[in-house]
Design a protein around this ligand. Sequence first.
Ligand code: COA
Length: 258
Amino acid sequence: MSDELVAVRTHGRACVLELRRERKLNALSTALEEALGHALQRPEVKASACVVVTGGARAFSAGADVEELRGQDPASILAYYRETGDVYERVAGLPQPTIAAISGYCLGGGLELALACDFRVADAGATFGLPEVAIGIVPSSGGTHRLVRMLGTARAKELVLLRDRVDAEEARRLGLVTETAPEGEALDRSLALAERLGELPPLAVAVAKEAIDAMAESSRAAGLGLERLAYGMLAQTEDAREAAAAFSEKRPPRFRGR
Ligand code: COA
């Protein structure tokens, strides 16, 4: 039953995970988080070169389900993060690139889910915001951490404390959104990006993603070491040899892929 809340389909080399609680603007109830967690286990996800997370026309997601925020106690909150509340980290930890294709509202936990993806593509009419503080809480699905890393402390405070809503174009200028698309085209545009990512050699893509994610946590020395080890490993792959041969022979490379 809960799996129906997230539709999983393959599109070319991408796997699309569509949140389907549109009646409630994809508010992230624990059931929706659980369904997303199950979807991440699906073979279509594992076989894909890129995962695209999307919502409906009115909302990517309007955030945490406010109905479920009532009556929590410390034990239930701790249990929540051990159970469905870690799904944002599981999205962030996927080995392949991830894209959030955003239409409509992208608020609170919905924005945190989008931030857990590698790229965000938004319809021109999409609306972003972090309303948590206004309802007496804070973004707590990795959003505060990711915002500071992504935009810096001052911008993060601006978004969390000062800004009610940010439109798609401003979100792009701030660096929150990778690209804006004409209204209704964010998903198609995301699928086109996914196809491009799928054409790249998959080992190099996965190692580049992992290395970039680890850089933010690393000292300069550790970061340079990681970069060199990653290079050392990748330079010995069939794909790297094929790319070098293709360059010499002036032809497109034929990667063996996944
Ligand atoms: N949690 C639970 N239900 C939500 C929700 C949320 N975060 N956001 C929307 N919904 C529900 C509404 O209760 C409504 O349900 P109903 O039809 O059974 O009454 C349905 O989704 C449609 O929302 P509605 O408010 O009627 O749509 P709208 O277009 O008038 O307003 C928003 C859209 C996004 C501005 C408004 O729904 C809103 O402010 N939502 C809460 C956003 C929020 O605070 N999120 C962060 C929580 S930390």
